[in-house]
Design a protein around this ligand. Sequence first.
Ligand SMILES: [Zn+2]
Length: 260
Amino acid sequence: MDDLSDADLERYARHVILDEIGEDGQVALLQSKVCIVGAGGLGSPVLMYLAAAGIGRIGLVDFDTVDRTNLQRQIAHTEDSVGTSKVESAVARARALNPTIAIEALETKLDAENIQSVIAPYDLVVDGTDNYAIRILLNDACFFAKKPLVSASVVRFEGQLSTFRAYEGGACYRCVFPEAPAEGVVARCDTAGILGPVAGVMGTLQATEVIKQILGLGTGMVGRLMLYDALDNDMRMIKTPKNPACPLCGDKPVILRPGG
Ligand SMILES: [Zn+2]
């Protein structure tokens, strides 16, 4: 395994000193490639912490522009970036934090046609979107490409976190959330509101989970769903078994391509 440069030994000193990471673990982080989908409330802390941690190559996917209502929680953006590209804004902040890694701004709207090629260069995918159809697309594409999917969501005072590696066993996103929430029933940040730091809590847990998945540290979130309630300071784990009738990863799969 490669050695760390003196500059990297200094930058990542507090990782290297951990027995569970060490120099080999930091080299593994520097050799890893992570695609973050969504440059919003979750994507902001995920991007900043993964850039700071020395993930060697990060791609950030979004197609939106920064709105002033985003700034209450999407801390990768600044007042100056209102009206500009979200990926460019967030990537500029992350590059300022750690200019020694590769960070790519992928300004694109994901669909069934491009999803496989967008995620292809990366080892792991982070879902920080707020859209069920995109979540399903990411789930399917990661399943077929055999890439771990670290997924989180937030609304109001609540957050959820799980990791899907259904190609190895365990549930996929469709097993846990088989149906799109009915229009008008689904609570979204833009209509239902969100306490800003709740996005920070869940995004930071998501970044922690990414590093754990890459290094094989501790107990990951495969087969489990974490439910966080900020009002009660309550964090619960529920088991998420595979659904044998899942159209993607069940006994008789009928989905043969992402979103199909
Ligand atoms: Zn499934």
